[in-house]
Design a protein around this ligand. Structure first.
Ligand code: FAD
Length: 290
């Protein structure tokens, strides 16, 4: 049996059009690559064997990043470290910045991209719960033009996304929460750094005169995709954010979660963690308002 490794060709297209053309030409035999922190691991584990890697990081139009007009726009070649270096970004979406700070270590954040976290579509991807509550829109380009997809429709299942032949993600647009909204991100990993989430939670609340006027809450790593817990959101609206309400919201989220047993934690432990992390996120928001 021939066990010699097959060679992988590596190319740096100069434009989105060129990248799309290459992907169309090679089809399933080619993969896009940004930081490579997920893809190279998959290749090392022999879980994928691309003939061609199409590196997107040198394409100028994918290096765009802006904060303004109520939105953050992030090109698919922008790394986590570039985002964290921008005070405009960390002030606009502080809880997304908190989530990014928990990802890997500095070396990983220096090369890995936020768009790569989305297109990798792991239920434990740490930016995903914040991106769900921030109503993120995914901008896709392909041989048949461009289209926009809400993140909830873009991520279909574990490692399955709504990209058709030859398509790539050019950038994402995130809604900046308004002045009356406060958010919090909580993550439980098996250690404090370089650890994938056992459970993560992101919550954004709008509070007026002590009562919740609006709520968006998402759970990570407790279902095949990120879960918006809309029953918990509905439960919170109209109530005072007191200890009783916070306790009940945590318990309700725990009942709604659909976790599985895996190498990182049992389903039962994850349910308990959801209860604790939802409570902690809501308490953090309450403390910030007070
Ligand atoms: C040591 C280590 C620690 C880590 N810790 C964490 C952690 O704590 N939390 C966490 O969430 N993740 C963690 N990760 C995973 C990883 O860093 C993130 O998921 C990262 O955001 C992936 O981005 P990337 O640019 O490296 O993606 P890549 O590996 O380059 O790509 C990932 C996938 O997306 C596709 N892709 C990339 N860009 C595009 C595009 N523009 N259009 C279409 N498809 C595209 C690729 O083909 C591939 O399938 C860790 C990884 C390592 C190696």
């Amino acid at each position: 049996m021939n066990t010699a490794p097959t060679e992988t060709e590596y190319r740096f297209p100069g434009s989105v059009e060129e990248a799309i053309e290459l992907k169309e030409q090679f089809g399933e035999r080619a993969r896009f690559i940004a930081g490579g922190t997920d893809l190279l691991l998959l290749m090392e584990q022999q879980r994928c064997h691309p003939e061609l890697l199409i590196d997107l990081t040198k394409i100028r139009s994918l290096q765009g990043f802006s904060v303004g007009g109520g939105h953050v726009r992030i090109g698919s070649a922008i790394t986590y470290s570039q985002l964290l270096a921008s005070p405009a970004f960390t002030q606009a979406v502080p809880f997304l910045a908190d989530a990014i700070r928990t990802i890997g270590g500095v070396q990983v954040r220096n090369v890995a991209t936020l768009v790569g976290n989305i297109t990798n579509a792991s239920p434990a991807g740490d930016t995903l719960a914040p991106l769900y509550v921030l109503n993120t829109t995914i901008h896709v380009s392909g041989p048949r033009g461009s289209r926009l997809v809400p993140i909830e429709d873009f991520i279909l299942d574990v490692r399955r996304i709504d990209l058709k032949d030859g398509e790539l993600v050019t950038h994402v647009c995130i809604d900046i929460p308004d002045q009356e909204e406060r958010g919090a991100f909580e993550k439980l990993g098996r250690r404090r750094a370089m650890a994938i989430a056992v459970v993560s939670v992101c919550a954004v609340l709008r509070i007026d005169h002590g009562r919740v006027e609006g709520a968006r809450i998402a759970l990570g790593a407790v279902a095949p995709t990120i879960m918006r817990v809309r029953d918990v959101e509905a439960f919170l609206v109209g109530r005072a954010l007191d200890t009783n309400t916070i306790g009940k919201a945590g318990s309700l989220a725990s009942e709604l979660a659909k976790p599985i047993d895996d190498i990182r934690a049992s389903a039962g432990y994850r349910r308990l963690a959801v209860r604790g992390l939802v409570r902690r996120a809501l308490e953090n928001i309450r403390a910030r308002i007070e």
